[in-house]
Ligand binder design. Structure first.
Ligand code: SF4
Ligand code: SF4
Length: 247
């Protein structure tokens, strides 16, 4: 614990031995955080020079991030599939590119609820909810809020908003949807009635078309079986092998 004082100009003065010990330079920036036990001072030093990684397949659930707890893991290890089901995005937070899990799911939920990026306080809500699957250091919450709001704005303005993710990959990256052979299709409308996901529509000229291909459920090809003239086709299922679970 250190005793600090405020000088007559209202500046917090740090003792010389403290400055030397922590190699504090002039102009160094701090963040003052209100905590349950009082005020805490955090040094803002973004320039990370070394990161030590310890490869392991085990998780003891006691680290600061508690990632495994957040995705429903058990002590001593957790199912990779829990993480694999979440989407993964790299987001520019301040000056650093940071991997964030579960953003597509969160964005889809908000978008389908009609939540707009201009809504007051949405950035803070995004940062708060992103904490469920990611560790966000308390001093960086505002930075995350700005970054996630910017990301959500891009998402909401993109033409593929609301299509979700598959195995953690944005749906629009996966080329799985029906193709209709116009020379075989007799416009019977069976596929339109059969598919409950809204993939098919009747075009202005009365022809049945796959108007919303990204609504097709990845891996489903059920409508092939009800098309009598065999006008519907899908890519080979092996193309899905290229989309390994992210996480
Ligand atoms: S079920 Fe087949 S033939 Fe009938 S509208 Fe759909 S694609 Fe065309
Ligand atoms: S494969 Fe399934 S989800 Fe896709 S269009 Fe056909 S019925 Fe709909």
């Amino acid at each position: 614990m250190h005793r600090l004082s405020i000088d007559i100009q209202g500046r917090l003065a740090l003792p010389e031995d403290l400055r030397r010990r922590y190699r504090l330079r002039d102009g160094e920036k701090f963040l003052l955080e209100k905590t349950e036990s009082g005020l805490a001072l955090h040094l803002l030093r973004p320039g990370v020079r070394k990161v030590y990684l310890e490869p392991t397949t085990r998780c003891n659930l006691n680290c600061r991030t508690l990632r495994a707890q957040r995705v429903g893991g058990t002590a001593g290890g957790y199912e990779a599939s829990n993480m694999a089901q979440l989407s993964y995005r790299q987001v520019l937070v301040g000056k650093m590119l940071i991997g964030v899990l579960g953003l597509d799911e969160l964005f889809d939920e908000l978008y389908t609820q009609g939540r707009l990026p201009d809504e007051e306080g949405l950035g803070t809500e995004l940062a708060g909810r992103a904490r469920k699957h990611n560790y966000i250091p308390p001093p960086a919450v505002d930075e995350y809020a700005r970054a996630l709001l910017r990301e959500y704005r891009e998402y909401a303005e993109s033409p593929t908003a609301g299509y979700g993710a598959w195995r953690g990959h944005p749906r629009e990256h996966i080329p799985w949807f029906p193709t209709l052979a116009t020379d075989l299709c007799d416009n019977c409308g069976a596929c339109l009635k059969f598919c409950s996901f809204g993939v098919f529509e009747t075009a202005e000229d009365g022809k049945i078309v796959a108007a919303e291909p990204l609504k097709c459920q990845v891996g489903c090809s059920a409508c092939v079986t009800i098309c009598r003239p065999r006008a519907i086709s899908f890519p080979p299922r092996t193309i899905l092998d290229a989309f390994r679970p992210v996480g």
